[in-house]
Design a protein around this ligand. Sequence first.
Ligand code: ATP
Ligand code: MG
Length: 753
Amino acid sequence: MINRSKDFLRKRVEEDLKLGRYKKIVTRFPPEPNGFPHIGHAKSISINFGIAKEYGGECNLRMDDTNPTTENIEFVEALKDAVEWLGFKWSGDVRYTSDYFLKLYNYAIKLIKMGKAYVDSLSEEEIREYRGTVTSAGKRSIYAKRGIEENLELFARMRSGEFREGEHVLRAKIDMSSANMKMRDPLLYRIKRADHFRAKDKWAIYPMYDFAHPLSDYIEGVTHSICTLEFENNRDIYDWLIDTLELKPPRPYQHEFARLNINYTIMSKRKILELIDKNIVSSWDDPRLPTIAGLRRRGYTPEAILNFCEQIGVAKANSIVDIAQLEFAIRDDLNPKVPRVMSVFKPLKVTIENYSGFEDIEASYYPHDVPKEGSRVLPFSKEIYIEQDDFMENPPKDYYRLTPNQPVRLKYAYIISCQEVIKDDNGNIVEIKAKYYPNSKSGSDSSGIRVKSAIQWVEANSAKKIEIRLYDRLFKKETPESIEDINPNSLEIIKNALIEPAVIQDRVNDRFQFERHGYFYRDPVDYSDKRPIFNRVVSLKDSWAKKIKKDNRRDRNKPKKEHIEGKVAPMSREEENLFQIYTKKHNLNKEVANTLARDIELSKFYQEALKEFNSPITIGNITTNEVARELKIKKIDEVKFTPKYIADLAKMIDSETISTKIAKQVFEEMNKSGREPTKIVEERGLKQINDKSLILAIIRDVISKNEDNVKKFRDGNKKLLGFFIGEVLKASNGKANPKIVNSLIIEELNRAL
Ligand code: ATP
Ligand code: MG
């Protein structure tokens, strides 16, 4: 577990325990079974079950089934399934609000007898009118004058089904001029003539959320009723009910936290149902959906989802989480765990003419930075397939893979060189005739041949055909408003990709890294050995680069160079095409895409770098800032760096090996000396410091040297936070990871002295 300060909910729970308000913590997760749960529910599950677990308490799973027309058993099962899959156990049996219908009814009778509830016979519209507005008081219904006996009789007849829907409702008698609109005689019961999936036709009336929820909490002995912020105003009703009914303590209290929102997706069962009904997605478990079933089918792990929930934390203010953060969580979870294997998505046949026979090459499953035991056998013969992109007949400079003049290594195997390019009648390359170097085998290479890269391949006769499903964001807009905002390319299917045979034979692993392509998962529904189908869980690219984006945002205040309305030349067709690709496919911001699209040389440079390391945003930023600046004063063959160098630089930024600030420094040096950026970083010791304890030590040192300022800070001069952060960064020669500094410094400042 990451070490962060306790959130407000946990602080409250600890205080309640300390003061002896409760002997045992009881929370509950109370979904309405009207759809499949989504990642927002996962947050609520992780909070409710997590708190119960941490403080030796219990968490109930309660189906909040008070609306017979939208709920059913399929959804109950999906909810149970999600909780279990995330690794939690509810206390006792699953509970249902419908099991409390009689108890709730009796509480309603009690309220009527106390003169605190009445049967109202206004129409829905009149009720709304009478409620008043935020600025004007409401008016109480004439029916509020009904006597207790009449109310009891009418309520009993409502129950037994003598009235039509909407004819009467039961309302609490509270305050029609309350500043909190919710307190203006809220509805407690309504007539609904529909069969309930559990209670069947037993009831003609159903309790409202505001009535059923607090009382169900009380009935179950819940201590902390944790819900999302939109229920803040309902808390007054919650308290009013429990107080008015004079329920025996201990009683539950409601606490609200911010619901989870994620960009480029929607988070509501109702809206998801709409996508299913309109056939935009296939079902509740469509891997593009943020449902737990969808994420699970796509290949997400419970660990990744729980880590994500922990990382986003619990707050009191609503915000939107970047979907990149969810993707980060799954990459982070899978990276060390899953085997790496070779696949070819767009096959190009290679015949190695001087090779005969077959051999089995043993290759590690885990060629990671921290290797693990485990390997598989790669069959090898004269016929193999490589990725079409890994051969170019007329390559630009800095293309490091196979060309007619440049040999390349087949990963784990031999070096080959191209002897002949075979084309069809239309001039498309259909096959490469190649030769291999017998003494160049990986691990025992004595050939002395130098290659610039190793590419993936599969042996032609043993490779298996697989279907690949590539998923992208479901919506093209960050905050989707309607179905119009759907991303039409959210699913791309590659029918005839090839995979090495070990993957199909593997009975242990379901998830793999297909090298250079991403993380993949056997589709748990459609997969069969005859028709193997893999879902892309997530691409390999670290969609880091947010920090860089932020830097750019800061630059917005500066006067813009181009983009002066009416003065900018229109783009040519090609430039416009490029611009579309850069903004839509690469997700570059408009200014970066614009600069690149209008400058062929810069564009080429950017694309070359991308081939080395697929991180468009980071590379796009370096190219349009640093590289562009140099190319204004020098020709492309005069600069001392290559696209590969920029790719290496980006790689170090994305992996947080160096900060963006240091990256600029490295760039300047590389620009002057032409030395490899990795070497510069290595030799000059510029690696970012990510080690928390090291950073903590620097922070403490800075604090001890600035006691006066610490006092001022603690006396309320919060502006000094910037000073302290600056000092820490300075003390680390700019190498401390600023994110970590930020996350640690406040607590240290408050603890100090
Ligand atoms: P939806 O609008 O998706 O139907 P809901 O709020 O109606 O969601 P419920 O089934 O009533 O869903 O919610 C069960 C619990 O999950 C509630 O306590 C609710 O506050 C919580 N919850 C629902 N959505 C989110 C979210 N996006 N983030 C955090 N908690 C959520
Ligand atoms: Mg709902």
